[in-house]
Design a protein around this ligand. Structure first.
Ligand code: HEC
Ligand code: HEC
Length: 184
């Protein structure tokens, strides 16, 4: 009896100690799409560097349980344990966000729409609540794709559904471009 308890304690300790190394190792399987530094090479795919940890955990759980679906992303989340998810979220939240070079011209139409976003996403696209996503410095095509998905219901959020209801494609394109131009 005692012997089994000691083994269990030891294996728990080993798991805890190797969590950081494991996260960097696991992240290698994500790098093909999210980049080695959490900056995606394709504008359709999200940057993860500097994203809020609790938000990352919630999204990875959603991909794992199927409440959020994407043909490219879902397979990567299916076999993750709760510990894997926590370690990966800590890893990506700690990475240095993308450095945006100042855009030639801010999208002013998008900036005008910002008034409808700041109560949750903050003045600069950085919310105070870590359960909510930073949207500043995010990939432009990815932002537009998410807003469209909230509008057509293919991505579920009771809150965001209400926000984008009635948005035109042009308004989505403008606000997506604006936030992609604001440095994280
Ligand atoms: C084959 C490409 C691919 C791989 C590999 C991949 N992802 Fe993704 N990931 C995506 C795409 C594409 C999306 C956006 C899906 C959408 O449009 O809703 C995404 C979305 C996400 C999101 C949600 C981001 C947000 O802002 O809501 C997280 C978190 C994430 N991936 C983490 C990971 C982690 C961690 C791994 C490795 C275990 C990984 N991904 C592997 C393609 C990939
Ligand atoms: C009342 C609060 C609230 C307001 C206002 C709001 N959002 Fe959100 N937003 C959220 C929450 C909460 C989520 C996370 C949804 C989820 O869990 O999938 C989110 C998610 C998003 C995402 C997905 C980010 C990612 O990484 O996938 C985008 C893009 C976004 N919001 C853009 C906007 C824009 C643009 C506006 C203004 C037009 C706006 N939001 C207004 C609360 C809000």
């Amino acid at each position: 009896m005692k012997y089994v308890t000691i083994i269990m304690l030891l294996s728990a300790l080993i798991t805890a100690n190797s969590a950081t190394a494991d996260a960097a190792d696991m992240a290698k399987t994500c790098a093909a799409c999210h980049g080695a530094n959490g900056i995606a090479s394709n504008s359709q795919w999200p940057n993860l560097a500097g994203q809020n940890k609790d938000y990352l955990i919630a999204q990875l759980q959603a991909f794992r349980d199927g409440s959020r679906v994407d043909p490219l992303m879902s397979p990567s989340a299916k076999s993750l344990s709760d510990q894997d998810i926590a370690a990966l979220a800590t890893h990506y939240a700690s990475l240095q966000p993308a450095v945006n070079t100042a855009p030639a011209k801010l999208n002013l139409a998008g900036m005008n729409i910002r008034a409808r976003c700041v109560s949750c996403h903050g003045m600069e696209g950085k919310p105070v609540n870590s359960q909510w996503p930073n949207i500043n410095g995010q990939q432009q095509a990815y932002l537009a794709k998410q807003l469209t998905a909230f509008r057509d219901g293919s991505r579920h959020s009771e809150i965001m559904k209400v926000i984008v209801k009635g948005f035109s494609d042009q308004q989505i394109a403008d606000v997506a471009e604006y936030y992609s131009q604001i440095p994280r």
